[in-house]
Design a protein around this ligand. Structure first.
Ligand SMILES: [Zn+2]
Length: 287
């Protein structure tokens, strides 16, 4: 990691570990919009994720996301690849980007790519990440539309990866929803596994077209569910703040953290772990 990036990360109080960007001029995932939302909500740093979706729209390549974020000092990038169709090409590209210090982690999308996380052919990705001491973040749980295969993104498969690569730091995104207890068990068992609770409130795909009443009820249910994860894990050491912006808004997520704080009597140290401390640990940045 570049020295100035490390310095910038160390100063951050709130890090959003999970945002998406688009190159389309009319998309709501424009980088100017992200910057505006970050300023408005005092998000210091965002991790933008490259995405290869061979079965649906919404991809953004490593090259595209790097050129888009170039010059934005408060945005760092996780690279990705199409592990289903172009594994070798992707691995070589990620290796070059890691050598050039252009990315600080790798994001994989089981469920949107029909490959099981514990498929041996992905081992070289994990070996690469371990060699460069960068984390691997996984999409997990629900994968929308007929193009998504939930069976590939069940949290249980991350257990094999965590066990085989104990030095590799792993983030399971979206708490494995709906298999949340399973994700919690994997995080509990493996010292190198963390969870992020991104993409579960506000404009989620699940919420779309639903009435205000059910959106509110669903939101209450999600707050309770996330709070239960903390209770199940008996602490705040393993859970990371992330939004899935622009799918979920920064505002909704900060108010979610406030609700969690109240429900769980979080002290300032615990809140800090959630908002920045845990992701810094995952990124290998010591405060
Ligand atoms: Zn996402």
């Amino acid at each position: 990691m570049r020295k100035e990036v490390k310095k910038m990360l160390k100063r951050a109080s709130i890090i959003d570990n999970h945002v998406h960007l688009s190159t389309y001029p009319k998309s709501r995932a424009r980088i100017e919009e992200l910057e505006r939302s970050m300023t408005e909500n005092r998000i210091d740093v965002a991790i933008a994720l490259a995405a290869y979706f061979p079965r649906k729209t919404g991809s953004i390549s490593n090259e595209q996301i790097l050129s888009l974020t170039n010059g934005y000092d408060n945005i760092v990038v996780f690279g990705s690849l199409d592990a289903e169709n172009h594994l070798q090409k992707g691995v070589s590209e990620l290796e070059r980007l890691l050598l050039e210090d252009q990315i600080v982690g790798i994001k994989l999308y089981p469920g949107y790519q029909f490959v099981y996380p514990n498929d041996q052919k992905l081992d070289e990705i994990y070996e690469l990440a371990a060699k460069f001491e960068v984390p691997v973040m996984f999409h997990s749980g629900l994968a929308y539309k007929s193009s998504g295969g939930i069976r590939f993104s069940r949290p249980i498969y991350f257990d094999d990866v965590a066990d085989k690569f104990p030095e590799l730091r792993i983030v399971i995104s979206h708490l494995g929803d709906p298999d949340i207890r399973q994700a919690t068990a994997v995080a509990h068992k493996n010292p190198n596994v963390y969870l992020d609770f991104s993409g579960l409130v506000s404009n989620t795909t699940k919420n779309q077209g639903r009435s205000e009443k059910w959106k509110r009820k669903n939101e209450e249910y999600i707050v309770k569910t996330i709070a239960d994860v903390f209770v199940d894990l008996m602490g705040t050491e393993k859970i990371i703040f992330g939004t899935d912006w622009p799918i979920s808004s920064h505002k909704a997520y900060l108010s979610l953290v406030d609700s969690l704080e109240e429900r769980l009597d979080l002290d300032s140290r615990e809140k800090k772990q959630i908002l920045s401390g845990n992701i810094l640990k995952v990124l290998g940045v010591k405060k």
